[in-house]
Every structure is written in C-alpha cells, then in structure tokens.
Write a protein that binds this ligand. Structure first.
Ligand code: HSE
Length: 309
C-alpha cells in the first residue's frame, strides 16, 4: 500500500466535570488526511485545506508531521511521506481540532507501515501532538478520537485510558461561537489550588457521571454534569455562556458545558429533536448578540478514526 486516506472525529473533552480525564468522540465534524509514501526519505506537507492559511506548512512546525516523525523514529524507518491535510472543523474551537489531525495522521501512518501498533499504543504519540499544539500532552481529545466512544483517562503516570459504557442513542449539540479562546491561554487561567470542599463536590460528580453512564441512568448523568472548578473560571472567556446554558437546560438538555477548553459549548440530549431545538435557539441567541457561530447536531461516535479508502 502506497497511499491511504483516514478520517478522525471531533471530540468533546472534559464532559463538564472530568477536566483532562474524560472525553467522547462525535460523528461530525472531523478531519481527513491522505498520506502517500515518497522515495526521498522526507516528510513533506503538500497540501492543507480548510485552515484559512493558519497552519504551518513547514514540516518542522506542524503537529501532523511531528507525530508522523515520532512514529517513524519509533519503528526505525526513514520512509518519506507526503501529507495532504483537509481540515473540516474549526481551529482553536475546543472541538479537538489538533487532536483529530494528529490521530488521523497516526492511524494513517500505522496502516501504511503495516500496522505495527494497536490504537492504544498510538495514544502516547498522539498526546505528543497535543504538547506541540497547546503546550500540554492531555489525552482527553486524542484518546476518544483514536478509540471512539466515551473514554476515561484514569491515570497519566502510568497512562491508563479506556472506553466506558454509555447510554446509546444520545444526541450532542456542539456550537462554536466565533470568538478566540486558545487552549494554552484557557489552561493558564485555571487555579493551581482548589479547596477540599470543591474537590469533594467534583469527584462526587465524576463518580456519579460514570455510574450514570454505566447504568443508563440519565437523571444521575444530568445531576452529575456539574463543574465547580473549571467552568466558573473559563465561562468568562465565552460570551453569554450562562445564557446559552439556561436556554439548553430550559429546552430539555441532559447537561450543558464547555467543549474542551472552549469557546465551543455542547449540550447532551436524549433525542435528536431536542438537540435540534437547542442548536437553533443558541444560534439565534448568538445571532442577536452579533456573534457568528456554527453548530453541529450529531451522535457519539463509537468507532473513532477510520480508514476511508
Ligand atoms: N482538557 C483540555 C482542557 C481539553 O480543558 O484544557 C482541551 O480541548
């Protein structure tokens, strides 16, 4: 095989109360990558589309070429690779854009090189892509993009990430308001220290959320989708966050929160028609406030990245 095309999905990291430890993949949007072997022992980026010219084409600086280089070093190969990247989701949106690109690249190069690694084994390499993208190698976007479904990162040292059961058939609304919230900045404003009282509340919620996922108890999921640590700090970076949250909850969302580090927000809904109404109402609100936005109503993606030819 000399060439391959791979899709990797957007993701919702944190899932409200699970900062850096919980994330799920969604069916759309996602990024596509085409990798083609070349005979020059070089990694080159031949095309990037859909990034508005913002991503570096220099293979020394691009996240995608970085993770491919790490992969090839790991298998002691000098194989040359031409990269075409098709960005099909907004950059710096909180929807796991850099994670989707890294994961698509790693799944593609793994296939092209005869599949030496499992998806789990690709995870540390994908996390290195996040380190380049935002300065921190968190796994809560790359793990669900790689493995699909709802993923819990129980531990970083040693790395222990695995898929959780979750209620099937849920719909997800993701709304991306066009405001700038770079992940690196959104991480810097988080407090280093928290009170024991907040910690107790947060770990009660995360335990409740996982229990609710495992038992299909949507009431418990809903009560547990509460973040007393990160959301109060980051919400101020997202205009009309609390108005959007109220709209979503008033219109039947199971829960609502910041998607990853924002500015995108998401609502988890029992049914697609509820998700459609919430999507419409949030967009309408942002429109009234002269904030452009785009929204996606989709399902949780259980498969993760996939080869498409
Ligand atoms: N857990 C990360 C954060 C996700 O909240 O900074 C970034 O998308």
């Amino acid at each position: 095989m000399d060439s391959i095309k791979v899709f990797a999905p957007a993701t919702v990291a944190n899932v409200v109360c699970g900062y850096d430890i919980l994330g799920f993949a969604i069916d759309e949007p996602g990024d596509e990558i085409i990798l083609t072997k070349n005979d020059f022992n070089k990694i080159t980026i031949t095309k990037i589309e859909g990034d508005g010219g913002k991503l570096p084409k220099n293979p020394e600086k691009n996240v995608v070429s970085h993770v491919i280089r790490l992969f090839l070093e790991k298998v002691n190969s000098t194989q040359g690779i031409d990269i075409e990247l098709y960005k099909k989701m907004p950059l710096n949106s909180g929807m796991g854009s850099s994670a989707a690109s890294s994961v698509a690249a790693l799944v593609a190069i793994n296939e092209l090189m005869g599949k030496p690694f499992s998806r789990q084994e690709l995870l540390p390499l994908a996390m290195e892509g996040e380190r380049i993208a935002c300065g921190n190698a968190h796994a809560d976007n790359v793990a669900p993009a790689l493995l699909g479904g709802m993923v819990l990162v129980r531990s970083y040292e040693p790395l222990d990430a695995f898929k959780l059961p979750y209620p099937k058939g849920l719909s997800v609304v993701s709304v991306h308001p066009h405001v700038d919230v770079p992940t690196g900045e959104a991480r810097k404003i988080i407090k280093e220290r928290i009170s024991l009282k907040s910690a107790v509340q947060q770990w009660g919620n995360i335990a409740g959320l996982v229990a609710g996922f495992c038992t299909n108890d949507l009431g418990l999921v809903s009560r547990s989708l509460e973040d007393v640590i990160i959301e109060p700090v980051r919400a101020m970076l997202i205009p009309y966050f609390y108005e959007m949250k109220q709209l979503a909850l008033d219109n039947g969302a199971i829960g609502f929160g910041i998607s990853g580090s924002g500015p995108s927000v998401f609502a988890l809904c029992e049914k697609k028609d509820i998700a459609e109404v919430i999507s419409y109402k949030i967009k309408e609100l942002l429109n009234q406030k002269n904030i452009e936005s785009e929204s996606f109503v989709t399902k949780i993606n259980d498969e993760g990245a996939r080869v498409i030819n």
